[in-house]
Design a protein around this ligand. Structure first.
Ligand code: HEC
Length: 95
């Protein structure tokens, strides 16, 4: 390997390294809004966000889903329950 090839490779590696953090920073899949933080905290420990962002449900359906998730083991306090359902119903309506 010549010095020039090595340097080119090193420069490319460096460029890749520098650009990686930006690319690795996955955009927040959850739209902003009231309840966002609670949902992020309570809902992505067991499955990916795409299980949620990929679905669309009515308020009633989200209420059922959140109840199911709570019985699955999700930690949503009674005080947060309505906020979580509101957020999901508003952000992920039926498709
Ligand atoms: C303790 C683990 C756990 C947590 C925390 C959790 N889930 Fe789930 N989730 C599951 C499991 C297991 C399944 C697949 C089986 C099922 O449907 O119950 C699932 C499936 C789903 C599905 C696909 C099935 C459906 O009903 O449409 C959605 C949507 C969902 N979860 C949303 C949520 C939301 C919203 C939260 C936050 C309130 C949440 N999950 C938190 C375990 C969890």
């Amino acid at each position: 390997m010549t010095t020039k090839t090595f340097l080119t490779g090193a420069a490319m590696g460096l460029a890749l390294m520098l650009s990686t953090p930006v690319m690795a920073q996955a955009p927040d899949p959850f739209p902003p809004g009231e309840g966002h933080d609670t949902v992020v905290k309570a809902c992505v420990q067991c499955h990916g966000a795409e299980v949620i962002t990929g679905s669309g449900k009515s308020r009633e359906e989200w209420t059922t889903t959140v109840s199911t998730m709570v019985s699955n083991g999700a930690t949503v306090s009674e005080a947060d329950f309505g906020k979580v359902v509101d957020y999901l119903a508003k952000s992920f309506p039926p498709k």
